[in-house]
Design a protein around this ligand. Sequence first.
Ligand SMILES: NC(=O)c1ccc[n+]([C@@H]2O[C@H](COP(=O)([O-])OP(=O)(O)OC[C@H]3O[C@@H](n4cnc5c(N)ncnc54)[C@H](OP(=O)(O)O)[C@@H]3O)[C@@H](O)[C@H]2O)c1
Length: 276
Amino acid sequence: MILVAGATGNIGAELVRTLSKQGVPVRALVRDQAKATLPSGVEAVTGDLNRPETLSEALDGVHGMFLLSGYNDLPDLLKRAKKAGVQRVALLSGGSAALQDLNNAVSRYMTLSERAVRASELAWTFLRPRSFMSNSLRWLPQLAVGDVVRVQFPDVRVGAIDPADIAAVAATALTDGGLDGQVLELTGPQALLPADQIAVLAAVLDRPLVAHALSNEETKAELVATMPQEYVDAFLGFFADGTLDEATLYSTVEQVIGRPPSTFAQWATAHADAFK
Ligand SMILES: NC(=O)c1ccc[n+]([C@@H]2O[C@H](COP(=O)([O-])OP(=O)(O)OC[C@H]3O[C@@H](n4cnc5c(N)ncnc54)[C@H](OP(=O)(O)O)[C@@H]3O)[C@@H](O)[C@H]2O)c1
């Protein structure tokens, strides 16, 4: 049995689908069963990652666990997982874990989560994806009202990755011990500017979309409206100060799953309905 945390999220939902299609017994950890749409045959169990004591039922009989970074007491959660018989964890982390920058809120929670998993004595694989292609869905409110899209960090190239490719790698890590102890840097096949992504969307949606580049000050104002200050500072550090490189591409996805990762055009075509 594989337990998938974040089963309603970008990666978790893809992972539940992937494992279920492969015929692997999978259990979805959710906070609200009413919000979870799961493939038939997938069992949902309620629990809160911030309260490890709520996870007993979810962990019962589990062999492998897909875990997210950044929750309150991961050492306790992992101790309970080990006691329940869990053998292996695939941790969704990110490129900024490599910085080990405890003064940056995002790098800090990823670094501390990886350290907790390393200390747990469970077998582990760390997944360090770069930005998800699905982040472009954040442009939906703008696309609903016009063809001009205000883009943050317009000069920053990112090797964005399809969440389904991250899930495919996670499925391999959890069902095949061959990736135990590995830190996997995961990217898509191209390092694109935001304007390049807009151009791809324009072609896929057949719309005359235009990217409007925001200054760092304008970006900061947008971020402040949507997230706590420490995360605003973290993202400005990564992409305005340039502490995080998301442009370098890796062949990890193809090495693990035996096919190249999806391009942004392939992802956008597969998800075109979501933009309409
Ligand atoms: N977005 C990116 O570009 C990117 C890049 C690299 C790494 N990451 C990392 O990937 C992770 C997922 O990010 P995301 O943006 O894809 O998030 P997301 O899709 O919103 O997924 C978050 C999931 O976690 C669940 N969740 C939240 N709090 C929980 C709790 N206390 N207990 C149990 N489940 C809980 C949510 O469930 P509910 O349905 O109950 O809310 C949801 O299923 C984050 O750690 C992020 O830092 C993201």
